[in-house]
Ligand binder design. Structure first.
Ligand code: BES
Ligand code: ZN
Length: 616
C-alpha cells in the first residue's frame, strides 16, 4: 500500500494542502511522516510492570520506504527510549525532537541501506495517558491489580512508538508477559491461553506469556490491552462476555442479546469482518461508556442496569465495526465520520431489534441533549467538518460529531429514502474497507450517488456551517410526550404521589428528571426521593440525572451517594457535569475541591485532564 492510496484525494490534488509531488502531512495531530517511510506492521514484545506502573520491552516496526533517503519518524509521548536496532541487530542513530505539548515528541530514526524493519527498545513514561493501572481496591474482586489501555484519539503514542495517525493502518502481533493468575486480552481476537514462563530466581514473581495477532490493518488508536482477574461467558460461537468474576453473571445477563445484535448489524451493513465480537466489562474507573476496540469492545460497568435498558451502547460500539474500524476517519477533523455514522447505525439496530418507539425515544433524548449542548459550545465547535488547527482532538469532542452527524444522515435518508440510502451506505463500507476516509471524500461520494440531493438539502450547510440546520429531522416520541404531560401536571401543583408513571422505562425517567423545573426546593425533592427512590437506583443514567438535580436543588440528603459516585465512577460523561454543577456555587465548589483531591488519583488521565480545567 502506498501513501498515495492512503490519501487518494490529496494525491489527485483535490485537497488544498496538496503541493508538489506528494502532499504535506495531512494529520495535524501526528508528528510522524508516513509519506516518507510508512509503518505497515508492529510486533510488540512487552512486559507489564504493575509495580513500576509501566510497560517496557520492544516494538519492531516493518517499513515501506517511500523516500529512501528519509528517516523514519514516529510519535512518542513520554516514552523512555533505550535503543534502536536494525534487523541485523546493529544500533541505529535516533533523536527525540522538542516536546510539542500533548502531541509528544517525534522520534527520528536514521535508517541504513535497505533497512525494512527496526526495533525500538523502550518503556512507557510516568503517567502515560493511555495506561490506567488500578490498585486492587478499584476492582470488584479487591485482590488483584488491573491495567487497561485507551488509545483513542492520540494516546497510543504514550505506550507504543508508532505513526499515531488514523490514516496509517497496520497489522500487529504481540507477546505480552504478565503476572501469573491475571488474564491478558487484546483487540486481536485471540483466544490463546497463557504459556507459563519459568523464572530463574524464585524471588521473581512468576509470569505468563500471552500471544496475539491482528491480521486486519487497523489504525493505531485501536490497539488495546487489558489485564486483570477476568473470566468469560460464551454467548455464541463468536461472542463472549469478559468481566471480573464477581461481575460476570450480571454482565452476561445484561448483554445476552449481543449475538442477535451482530446478526442484525450484518443484515443492515454487510458481513462482520472481524471474526470474534467479544465484550469486556472493565472496572468503573474506565473513562468512557464504551470503546470499539476491534474484536473486543471495552465497556464501563455503569451500562449494567439490570434490565438491558442501556444496551444501545452495545449497538453503538458494534456499529463501529463498520463505521470507524472498517472505514476510519482520515484525521481527527473527520471524527464525525466515525461517530455520526455510528450513532445513525446504532439507531437502525435499535429500531430493528427493540422497535421504532424505543429508537425514537432515544433519538429524541439525544436531540434534547444536543440542543442544550449547542447553547454552550463555541460556533467553531459546532461544525461537522471541524477545523482543529492548534487544538487537541479532545477539544472537538461533543455531541456535535455524534448527534448532528447522525441527524445529517437521517436528513439524507428523509430526502432519498431508506431503500436508496442503504445500498449506498453498504457500498461506502465495503469499498472503503480497511481504509481511512475524509469528509471531503464522503461529500464527493454522496453527491455522486445522489446527483439531485442538492436540490433537496444543503449538504454544504450541514458539513461546513455551525449550528443545527433548520431541516434537521426532530424525532417524535409519544412516550416522551406523555412524560411532558405529567411534568405539566406537576408544575400545576399536582402532588408527585399522583404522578401517572406506571410502566415508565429508563428514557422516560430521564426525560422526567431533566425536565423538572429549576427551584423545586428541598420539600419536593424529599417527596420525589420518598416516592421513587432515585438515590438508590441501580441504573447509572437515572442515578446521574438525580444526583445532578440534587446538587442543583441543594438537596443534601444525596450528598453521601454523590461522593461515593464521584470517588468510584471514572466515566467522564458523568463526572464533568456533576463537578460543573457543584462548582456553580461557592459552597459547592469548596466541596468539589475536597472530593476531587481525594478522587483524582483514581481517575484516568483523560477524565483528570478535562476536570483539571474546572479547578485551575
Ligand atoms: N469511540 C468512542 C469513545 C471515544 C471517543 C474515546 C473519542 C476517545 C475519544 C466510543 O465509541 C463512544 O462513542 N462511546 C460513547 C458511548 C456511545 C453510546 C455514545 C461514550 O463513551 O459515552
Ligand atoms: Zn462511538
Amino acid at each position: 500500500m502506498s501513501y498515495r492510496s492512503l490519501f487518494p484525494l490529496a494525491a489527485a490534488g483535490l485537497l488544498a494542502c496538496a503541493q508538489g509531488p506528494l502532499p504535506a502531512p495531512v494529520d495535524a495531530h501526528s508528528l510522524s511522516r508516513p509519506d516518507q517511510v510508512l509503518v505497515q506492521h508492529v510486533s510488540l514484545d512487552l512486559n507489564l510492570d504493575f509495580e513500576g506502573q509501566r510497560v517496557h520491552g520492544r516494538a519492531t516496526l516493518e517499513l515501506e520506504r517511500i523516500d529512501t533517503g528519509a528517516p523514519l519518524i514516529l510519535d512518542t509521548h513520554g516514552l523512555v527510549i533505550e535503543a534502536v536496532r536494525g534487523a541485523d541487530g546493529g544500533e541505529r542513530q535516533w533523536t527525540l525532537g522538542e516536546e510539542q505539548g500533548r502531541l509528544g515528541r517525534a522520534l527520528s530514526i536514521q535508517l541504513i541501506g535497505d533497512d525494512a524493519a527496526v526495533s525500538v527498545l523502550y518503556s512507557s513514561g510516568e503517567g502515560a495517558e493511555a495506561l490506567q493501572f488500578l490498585v486492587p481496591s478499584q476492582t470488584d474482586g479487591g485482590q488483584q491489580p488491573f491495567l487497561f489501555t485507551q488509545g483513542q484519539a492520540i494516546l497510543t503514542r504514550s505506550w507504543i512508538p508508532l505513526q499515531d495517525s488514523p490514516a496509517v493502518r497496520i497489522t500487529y502481533d504481540a507477546t505480552i508477559r504478565a503476572p501469573r493468575d491475571l488474564t491478558v486480552l487484546m483487540s486481536a481476537g485471540s483466544r490463546n491461553g497463557p504459556t507459563p514462563v519459568l523464572e530463574g530466581s524464585k524471588d521473581v514473581a512468576p509470569t505468563d506469556l500471552w500471544r496475539f495477532r491482528m491480521e486486519n490493518a487497523i489504525p493505531s488508536y485501536l490497539i488495546a490491552l487489558a489485564c486483570g482477574e477476568l473470566a468469560s461467558h460464551d454467548v455464541s460461537e463468536r461472542c463472549a462476555i469478559w468481566a471480573e468474576p464477581g461481575v460476570l453473571a450480571s454482565a452476561a445477563a445484561e448483554f445476552a442479546d449481543v449475538e442477535r445484535m451482530v446478526q442484525c448489524a450484518e443484515g443492515l451493513f454487510g458481513a462482520y469482518q472481524w471474526g470474534r465480537y467479544d465484550l469486556l466489562v472493565l472496572p468503573p474507573a474506565f473513562p468512557y461508556g464504551g470503546m470499539e476496540n476491534p474484536t473486543l469492545t471495552f465497556l464501563t460497568p455503569t451500562t449494567i442496569a439490570g434490565d438491558q435498558s442501556l444496551v444501545s451502547i452495545i449497538a453503538h460500539e458494534l456499529a463501529h465495526s463498520w463505521s470507524g474500524n472498517l472505514v476510519t476517519n482520515a484525521t481527527w477533523e473527520d471524527f464525525w465520520l466515525n461517530e455520526g455514522f455510528t450513532v445513525y447505525c446504532e439507531g437502525r439496530i435499535m429500531e430493528e431489534l427493540y422497535g421504532q418507539e424505543r429508537a425514537n425515544m432515544e433519538g429524541l433524548l439525544a436531540w434534547q441533549n444536543l440542543e442544550q449542548e449547542l447553547k454552550a459550545l463555541e460556533p467553531w465547535q459546532t461544525v461537522l467538518n471541524i477545523d482543529l488547527a492548534g487544538h487537541h482532538p479532545d477539544d472537538g469532542f461533543s455531541g456535535v460529531p455524534y448527534n448532528k452527524g447522525a441527524l445529517f444522515l437521517k436528513r439524507v435518508e428523509e430526502c432519498v429514502g431508506r431503500e436508496a440510502l442503504d445500498p449506498v451506505l453498504e457500498e461506502w463500507f465495503s469499498a472503503g474497507s480497511f481504509q481511512s476516509r475524509s469528509t471531503q471524500e464522503w461529500r464527493t461520494y454522496l453527491l455522486e450517488a445522489f446527483p439531485d440531493l442538492s436540490a433537496q438539502m444543503d449538504v454544504g450547510e450541514w458539513l461546513d456551517a455551525p449550528g443545527l440546520p433548520s431541516d434537521a429531522p426532530r424525532p417524535e416520541s409519544d412516550a416522551l410526550t406523555r412524560v411532558d404531560g405529567e411534568l405539566q401536571r406537576l408544575a400545576e401543583g399536582s402532588p408527585c404521589s399522583e404522578l401517572n408513571s406506571d410502566g415508565w422505562v429508563t428514557g422516560q425517567w430521564l426525560r422526567f428528571l431533566n425536565g423538572l423545573p429549576v427551584g423545586l426546593g428541598a420539600k419536593a425533592m424529599a417527596e420525589l426521593d420518598l416516592n421513587f427512590g432515585f438515590g438508590v437506583n441501580g441504573n447509572s443514567e437515572i442515578l446521574f440525572a438525580w444526583l445532578r438535580l440534587a446538587i442543583r436543588e441543594g438537596y443534601s440528603k444525596a450528598d453521601e451517594r454523590l461522593e461515593e459516585f464521584l470517588t468510584t465512577v471514572g466515566r467522564r460523561k458523568f463526572l464533568m457535569p456533576l463537578y460543573e454543577e457543584l462548582c456553580a456555587t461557592p459552597e459547592g465548589r469548596a466541596r468539589a475541591e475536597i472530593i476531587y483531591r481525594k478522587a483524582r488519583p483514581g481517575y484516568h488521565a483523560v477524565s483528570a485532564i478535562s476536570l483539571d480545567s474546572l479547578f485551575d
